[in-house]
Design a protein around this ligand. Structure first.
Ligand SMILES: Nc1nc2c(ncn2[C@@H]2O[C@H](COP(=O)(O)O[C@H]3[C@@H](O)[C@H](n4cnc5c(=O)[nH]c(N)nc54)O[C@@H]3COP(=O)(O)O)[C@@H](O)[C@H]2O)c(=O)[nH]1
Length: 732
């Protein structure tokens, strides 16, 4: 049998072709399915992307490679004020030419970004607002590096810019304020050693501000060499965690650009620590405290110095004393007080007084320099510390100081002398602490003063008691007037010719609540030293006037009452007016008052004495010169003093019956008074012999225990004023 090979082959080929066709068909169908699936996927993706971009509030756009818009979101439509239809498929210049209403810069702003990059521009929006935009363009290239498309994005940054500019403004303002307040702030990144400071940090000391990182080490070099170590120690303590706190402060002098140093206060805090708990970042502030520091230094200086003489004061000397005492050292403390310094102030004025103190300080400095220390305690009191290992040398030095201070002073047109009284105490013999030594030298000085002045005295235990008494009296005297502890006693004055009473001397008495009776001989000098004599003296005048008035009102004819005037009272220029006012107040005739002025006071400034005495004369007040013979009245002045009476000092009367010298003096005074047309009164008459001698040589009146001691007003009234008798009769 013959096989139809041709037919079989034909069928076979046809079957194969059919199979191939089926396969191709199936494959194509499968691939088509994948393709459509992918297409659907991509479409979804595109839609998602588009809706996301559409939802963006910032304008976004995409241009094709030919620069036509292929996409823009609604924000972009709003941004340029056109719809998608008017944008998509067009180029910028086409849009610009088709829509003349578009603002001038909106399209150039966008088209200008042909390269990838970001620009910031002001854009005038269709609504008319001008806003600041950041425009970013990203150009996209295909695999063969050909431009495929570009994507653009615009973001309104007006607010950021405003905030940023506000921040910049605020920073400028803060920096200006910091400059004004002279406060500088710095920050130090310790780990990287990066250091920044505000402009004020530099400008506060005259330097130009440093932008950005500054040179910390250069800043440290500006610290005064004496303060540098202390500053470095403060910083290192913090850095090495030696300090317990995370904070430090110091004050140091820092060099100003002009080369001078200014005091700067620094405070610093660690703001960050590293993993090892070491400071990683520090923030500091520095303040110009130069003026405060200088004011503080000034206060400190004033607290330890005397502003007139620039000498250290007692507080400073006390410190010095404790610095120089060592075992076996011997030191002398000299307490120096100028005698009658008050008179210089009162007569020549305070300016001369000040110049005198300056000269005194200079003389002391010159003498004591290199071997001791001088300080001013206040007023006319100075303190000196001298070595006292060799007592002879100490005495020599003390004498030299006394002589130097006693030498003549030429101040302005005045030439005068002043003397010192010096008290000396010794360390450790008289005391081991400064205050004890000071107090004991003061006691010795008091002794020197009361034993004649212009001398020095070394402290002894007896002096302590005297000076303690003076201190106690001084304190008690302070309140005596207020407590009404004073009273007046009256000592009668009798005429040797008529034997009748012609007057009395008013003498103050003090009965202190704590101290009992204190003699005026003791407290009057103290009151004169302290100035309390002015108030006390006025009280005496007032009390005398009051008593006279009382006697007058009682119908008793009083006698003239003599009141003692102290030097300080006599220096008060309106003293005549004060006395006149007192007499007026009590309606007492001036004839009943006599004012006694010692010869020493009268001769101190004779011209002043004459002026004041003339005023009293015009008021009808009698004046007399007390303690006559003890001063040095010049005859020429004496005859010009309008006084009616000389009172012979009791020291001459006391011995006149046994001492021819005193007798001659008393006789001469009486003759002198007669020649000058004045009367005489002898005080301190205690015996009949004295009385007789005085009578025989022509003395007019007497006063003394022989007649009566000073007695209280009532006793005086009964014993003398009410008795119209002669108190001296022939057999006396
Ligand atoms: N500025 C003022 N000074 C006053 C005042 N009152 C008194 N004084 C002065 O105090 C000093 C002491 O006074 P006093 O203790 O009162 O002594 C006076 C008489 O008591 C005393 N005297 C009087 N007669 C005798 C006597 O026979 N013997 C004797 N031993 N003493 C006697 O003399 C003093 C009077 O002195 P004088 O003033 O110089 O006349 C004394 O310096 C008073 O001046 C006052 O108010 N203000």
């Amino acid at each position: 049998m013959t096989y139809p090979w041709g037919t079989i082959l034909g069928y076979f080929l046809a079957s194969c072709f059919l199979l191939i066709l089926i396969y191709v068909h199936i494959k194509i169908k499968a691939e088509r399915n994948i393709f459509f699936q992918q297409l659907e996927h991509s479409e979804n993706y595109k839609n998602q992307l588009t809706s996301s971009l559409d939802a963006l509030s910032d304008p976004m756009w995409i241009k094709g490679k030919d620069q036509t818009y292929i996409y823009c979101n609604p924000a972009f439509e709003q941004f340029i004020g056109l719809s998608k239809l008017e944008i998509i498929g067009y180029k910028d210049e086409e849009i610009q030419s088709q829509h003349a209403q578009l603002s001038q810069n909106i399209i150039p702003t966008i088209t200008s970004n042909e390269e990838t990059g970001t620009t910031e521009e002001y854009v005038c929006l269709p609504c008319g607002n001008v806003d600041y935009f950041q425009v970013s363009t990203e150009r996209i290239y295909d695999i063969s590096n050909k431009l495929f498309s570009s994507v653009g994005h615009a973001q309104k940054i007006t607010l950021f810019i405003e905030r940023e500019s506000e921040l910049v403004d605020a920073e400028i303002r803060v920096n200006e304020a910091l400059k004004l307040t002279k406060v500088g702030i710095w920050e130090w990144d310790v780990s990287k050693d990066i250091w920044f400071a505000t402009p004020s940090y530099f400008t506060m000391l005259g330097y130009a501000p440093v932008e950005g990182m500054a040179d910390r080490k250069a800043e440290l070099e500006k610290i005064h060499p004496e303060d540098r170590q202390h500053v470095m120690d403060s910083i290192n303590n913090i850095l090495t965690s030696k300090s317990e706190s995370n904070y430090y402060k110091y004050q140091a002098r820092i060099r100003h650009i002009d080369g001078n140093y200014r005091w700067i206060g620094v405070r610093c805090i660690v703001t960050e620590f590293d993993q090892e708990d070491k400071p990683a970042r520090m923030l500091g502030v520095r303040i110009d405290i130069d003026e405060i520091q200088k004011a503080h230094d000034q206060v400190e200086w004033l607290a330890h110095h005397d502003s007139l003489t620039k000498l250290p004061n007692r507080v400073a000397l006390n410190k010095t004393f404790h610095q120089i005492i060592k075992p076996n050292t011997k030191i002398a403390l000299l307490f120096i007080d100028l005698d009658h310094f008050k008179n210089v102030n009162d007569t020549l004025g305070h300016s001369i007084g000040d110049k005198l103190l300056l000269t005194v300080a200079d003389r002391m400095r010159t003498l004591v320099n290199n071997i001791g220390y001088v300080a001013r305690q206040g007023g006319d009191e100075f303190i000196i510390l001298l070595p006292a290992d060799n007592e002879e040398c100490l005495i020599e030095k003390t004498c030299a100081i006394k002589e130097a201070l006693s030498a003549r002073y030429n101040i302005d047109q005045h030439q005068f002398f002043i003397t010192p009284s010096i008290g000396v105490s010794l360390y450790p013999r008289n005391g081991e602490d400064f205050d004890t030594l000071y107090q004991r030298a003061d006691a010795a000085m008091y002794h020197a003063k009361h034993t004649g002045r212009n001398r020095y005295a070394f402290f002894t235990e007896e002096m302590q008691a005297i000076s303690t008494r003076a201190l106690t009296l001084g304190n008690a005297l302070h309140d005596a007037l207020e407590r009404q502890e004073f009273s007046l006693h009256y000592q009668p004055q009798i005429s040797l010719i008529t034997g009748k009473i012609i007057g009395a001397e008013a003498l103050i008495r003090w009965h202190s609540l704590e101290l009992g009776h204190v003699s005026p001989g003791e407290f009057i000098p103290l009151a004169e030293e302290s100035g309390q004599i002015l108030a006390i003296g006025e009280w005496v005048l007032r009390e005398t006037a009051r008593q006279l008035k009382q006697w007058l009102e009682e119908g008793i004819t009083p006698v003239r009452i003599a009141v003692n005037l102290s030097y300080a009272q006599f220096q008060v220029n309106d003293l005549p007016a004060i006395v006149a006012a007192i007499l007026n107040e009590y309606a007492v005739p001036a004839q009943y008052l006599e004012l006694e002025l010692t010869e020493r006071i009268a001769t101190k400034d004779p011209e002043h004495t004459i002026t004041i005495l003339e005023s009293f004369q015009q008021l009808g007040i009698h004046t007399s010169i007390d303690d006559f013979g003890t001063g040095y009245s010049s005859l020429s002045y004496l005859q010009r003093f309008p006084v009616y009476k000389l009172k012979i000092d009791q020291s001459f009367v006391r011995n006149m019956t046994t001492n021819t010298n005193d007798q001659v003096i008393v006789g001469t005074i009486i003759l002198l008074a007669q020649q000058l047309g004045m009367t005489t009164i002898a005080e301190g008459v205690e015996t009949k012999a004295q009385l007789e001698m005085l009578y025989n040589i022509g003395c007019d009146d007497i006063q003394g225990y022989y007649i009566s001691r000073p007695i209280p007003a009532e006793e005086f009234k009964i014993g003398f004023l009410q008795k119209k008798q002669r108190f001296l009769v022939a057999q006396d």
